[in-house]
Design a protein around this ligand. Structure first.
Ligand SMILES: [Fe+2]
Length: 205
């Protein structure tokens, strides 16, 4: 089964890529934390699913371009063709969990009825190794539940209708659990406004 078929039939697929392509994003993350980003790079924080979770969205064209570059330079670029044949990157962020987080409820990222399956995707990969006590991702397909374990050099791409939830996560003193998240969506104009509404609701104001 190809990745495109798996995404179509099961609402998720997995991609492997060379981890060296994450280096520019790791640098950007460190600079963001240290408050020493160059002028053209900006991020804004948005509250995540829990008080200890933050979404740091790329809010300048240069910052978003770094996330886009990671796709175009690596095998992760295939994600844009897996989602509805020809999609684009709408938004990208670092998902940062600092501190303990309880188990979350299952949710889908694009639940709105105007947005059909197959036209949106979220791709996640760890920026740094996910060692215990960091939690991974619980997934649900119909009645079947399974765990996706984050690994460096691997990414999960799931449809906007795919049910998932972050696992219970412990914390490491002074450390954070960081994922890179790409929000991918079709170019099809029929769904543009509904999809953009979802993105806008997550982006910092
Ligand atoms: Fe989600």
């Amino acid at each position: 089964m190809t990745r495109t078929q798996q995404f179509h039939d099961h609402h998720f697929t997995e991609l492997a890529f060379q981890a060296r392509h994450l280096s520019p994003l790791r640098r950007l993350y460190r600079q963001m934390l240290a408050g020493c980003l160059a002028d053209e790079f900006s991020f804004r924080a948005s509250p995540g699913l829990h008080a200890n979770m933050t979404w740091q969205y790329a809010t300048s064209p240069a910052a978003l371009a770094e996330f886009e570059h990671c796709l175009s330079e690596s095998d992760l670029g295939e994600s844009l063709s897996i989602v509805d044949g020809d999609s684009r990157l709408l938004a990208a962020c670092f998902v940062i969990v600092a501190g303990d987080t309880p188990i979350q409820d299952f949710h889908v990222d694009y639940g709105q009825s105007e947005i059909p399956a197959g036209v949106t995707g979220t791709m996640l990969t760890p920026l740094i190794a996910f060692d215990p006590p960091f939690g991974h991702l619980d997934c649900r397909e119909g009645l079947r539940e399974f765990e996706y374990r984050y690994q460096i050099g691997e990414a999960i791409l799931f449809d906007g209708k795919f049910e998932h939830r972050p696992q219970l996560a412990g914390s490491i003193e002074g450390g954070a659990r960081v994922l890179v998240s790409w929000s991918i969506a079709t170019e099809d104009e029929r769904y543009r406004f509904a999809i953009q509404r979802v993105i806008d609701s997550q982006m910092p104001t």
